[in-house]
Design a protein around this ligand. Structure first.
Ligand code: ADE
Length: 418
């Protein structure tokens, strides 16, 4: 079996951590049991380009248990947990191509390696394998059945491809399932982003002025959690409705320009490029901390930051100090990459449980539908979403009411009024 990882000797540590995460992934574990009995993925080859974490390891176990042949590469150069990569290779015989801190060339080489399995199904977090397949490995396109996409940024790109008529196989937008983005993006990113900031810096959040750019589901989660820890939170947004929501949720809203003078910690979560730029850096306070929680490292203009710095040095792991010509020091965390995965461990397992249950069931659905889907971006079928919510509630020991026959009739009627 071919693989490329940092250190196979880390496998025992990785195995323990994977087992720890598994305890919190009860929905996925139930699906894994079903898959183990019925083997619905027998003969199916799945290439996965995901963050190499303990949660991803449990997803791959479930897919493999369902009969799939799987191979894994990283969806970000800085998010790989090397011990997990080692455990997957040694204990689960899953080929992994990922090394934490790999350079861009190696990152793309690893995507090519994973594609060597000639996937029927691609599984992405950020659409990188889909891009490579469409640009460089078009020979593999006829063999694909479908792909799944985990994240907002990836789904946006794929919808653009669909719109332009260049998408060459069907995609299931896992991100868009309610049981994914309402929980993973909000509570998962919310908590793990602050976890990353704290692990990187050990700052006290209480009383700090935190500026969150973007009030999508991730931004909401971050802003809410930061407020919960006692920070004064300001939100910047470009969409009027979202800005209004943030305002009425009790946050201050201002332009990023105005916020630069105020902020002590800046966190971007917009999915867009150049959110914090040269003119903003110049106006920031001495000691301001900058980080990003969006998928790509483009939200903070790193080129501009480097070009206006007279001095740069790493002051602790994941923290780089930039001294500007005006004498002020700015601190960039985790090279502007996803702070929650680079400096912490990503979203907790109990929320990834729902995201990855959606992934596993979407793969099963796509295989069942083979040949019947068009080259479009599809939502996760509503039944899957409801099934995931039901299983999650049951695993938490929570019971909910059901409609009486009378209530069902009422909802289907229009006759009775005031
Ligand atoms: N994305 C965010 N957190 C993650 C995690 N723990 N595992 C895989 N992908 C993630």
């Amino acid at each position: 079996m071919e693989y490329d990882i940092s250190d196979l000797r880390l496998a025992e540590k990785g195995l323990k951590r994977i087992e720890w995460a598994r305890q919190f992934m009860s929905v996925l574990t139930q699906i894994e049991k079903r898959f183990g009995k019925r083997r619905p993925l027998r003969g199916i080859r799945v290439s996965a380009c995901l963050h190499v974490t303990t949660e991803t390891a449990n997803l791959l176990r479930a897919l493999k248990g369902g009969g799939a042949q799987v191979a894994l590469c990283a969806s970000n150069p800085l998010s790989t947990q090397d011990d997990v990569a080692a455990a997957l290779v040694k204990h689960f015989r899953i080929p992994v191509f990922a090394r934490r801190g790999e350079d861009r060339r190696t990152y793309y080489k690893h995507i090519q390696s994973v594609l060597e399995i000639r996937p029927h199904i691609t599984m992405d977090d950020g659409a990188d394998t889909i891009s490579v397949l469409h640009d460089e490995r078009t020979d593999l396109l006829p063999g694909t059945i479908a792909g799944t996409e985990e994240t907002t940024t990836g789904v946006l790109r794929l919808r653009q491809m669909e719109k332009k008529g260049v998408l060459r196989y069907p995609i299931i937008a896992v991100n868009d399932a309610d049981t994914k983005h309402l929980f993973d993006n909000r509570y998962g990113t919310g908590q793990s982003t602050l976890d990353g900031v704290i692990r990187a810096t050990n700052i006290l959040l209480a009383g700090k002025h935190v500026v969150v750019s973007g009030y999508g589901w991730c931004g909401r989660g971050i802003a809410t959690r930061a407020r919960g820890m006692g920070a004064h939170v300001t939100v910047t947004e470009v969409e009027p409705v979202r800005a209004l929501e943030a305002m009425m949720d009790g946050f201050r809203i201002m332009t990023i320009r105005d916020a630069t003078r105020l902020g002590e910690v800046f966190i971007t979560a917009t999915g867009n490029t150049q959110v914090i730029r040269r003119e903003h850096f110049q106006g920031m306070r001495d000691g301001a901390i900058l980080c990003n929680s969006g998928h790509f490292n483009v939200e903070i203009d790193l080129g501009a930051l480097r070009s206006i710095a007279k001095k740069r040095r790493v002051v602790r792991e994941h923290v780089e100090e930039f001294t500007l010509r005006n004498g002020r020091r700015l601190y960039l965390l985790a090279e502007g990459r996803l702070i929650n995965l680079a400096a912490a461990e990503g979203h907790p397992a109990s929320v990834m449980d729902m995201s990855f249950a959606n992934q596993a069931l979407s793969v099963q659905y796509a295989v069942r539908q083979a040949g019947r889907l068009e080259n479009r971006v599809y939502g996760v079928p509503k039944e899957i979403d409801i099934e995931v919510a039901r299983l999650k509630l049951a695993s938490m020991g929570v019971k909910i009411d059901t409609l009486t026959a009378e209530q069902q009739r009422y909802l289907q009627s229009w006759e009775s009024g005031t």
